[in-house]
Design a protein around this ligand. Sequence first.
Ligand SMILES: [Fe+2]
Length: 450
Amino acid sequence: MIYRFRRGHGAVPPSREAIPHGIVPHVLGPVNFDPRAPSNGATRSHAHPTMLIPILLVATLGHVLLWAAVVNRAHGVNLPRVAGHVTSALCLLLLVTIPLLFGGWIHVAGWGTFLAAFRLWPVPAPGPMLAALYVSVCAAVAVLALARWMWRNVMSGPPSVVRSQHTRILSLRGVGEAVTSEEHAHHFLVHLPGNQMLHLDLSERAIEVPRLPAALDGFSIVHLSDFHFTGRVGKAYFREVVRLANQAQPDLIALTGDLIDSPRCLDWIPEIFGRLHAPHGVCFVLGNHDLWSGYERVREALIGSGLINLGGRWLVVEARGESLVLAGNELPWIAPAADMRDCPQRDSRGGPVRIVLSHSPDQLPWAQAHDADLMLAGHTHGGQVRFPLLGPLLTPSRKGVAYASGVFYAPPTIMHVTRGVSGEFPLRLNCPPEMARLVLHAVEPDPPRP
Ligand SMILES: [Fe+2]
């Protein structure tokens, strides 16, 4: 049965109670399911607000992903610290207020007005059209994100260059030497149940580097990053991280920035980083938080503590009779990156191997363009909070969560992104801090043909 109501002909529409269940009056103007909202005509509709629930749930997910993506990009470029905080606050405000405004508008205007906005003709009013457009964009973002997640986590495994990897989580709560009880004092958030700020993941990854000379097979690097000295995590924790790094007996130690986050912790540098040692040196680049903490003083203190500065420069290290080029890139925060034009060129065997230290994983194209074999980066902290199934939402990168952590292979460059040792905000959920030991391997030569 179809009810058609015509205007101005004296037809009296039946009351809502008189309409059989399952048949919904559909107005000629905006469709309205809300009994409080006026109707201006009638025809039939097959839609019902409950059908919108799955779409709105998907759109809500897309809404969260959309604003998280804006925050990620804002923190992946060279914005002043205050501008970054303002952007994050604005995004959070929009994240909360847009659904509230949408709910309030639906409450007043009714679902029919919203549904009618999806029609191409007659052209809907600007407000409903904007709402329909935003919901559609959010739903599309969620679907695309889901497809990308499926590709990364289900369809493709670790890159072929990862020969093996294993991890071991060690609780450093109250562990290690402390000169004063203050050195074990942490921000109250650190003590929240489930917070993994003091649960260090000792990860070990064996990586095949295609052009690594056979003499360097087994060369090991401890990759540390993002210490973020603020005083919110006590000094004893970092002293223990350094002890474990030395205990791993790497050939080289690489620090990839965000070492300091408060000028009042400058005097921690000699005590903590000055204790690191490796046969081929402890080298470093700086990150955005070092820049905001007075990076010239940070750099001087690190050099004064015996560390090798790679900020905007390259150098050659001799190891096992082979040469290694180590280069630094602190872009986009501290320019310039190392000028590689005078760097030793490749010999007939493919050497010397080039290793780039960069704070941001977004510099991967730079490393590729300069023929780097390996790039080490931090900055993303692995997202600090990883949701079940979804993974991290907030990673400060122009590529969003793509380079949150792990090994990536974009020939000729292999990139390792560590989750880092700590963080400015002392909260880590399902995302423990990391000390990564990388063992480089030469690719086995093809067996001789009989
Ligand atoms: Fe950081």
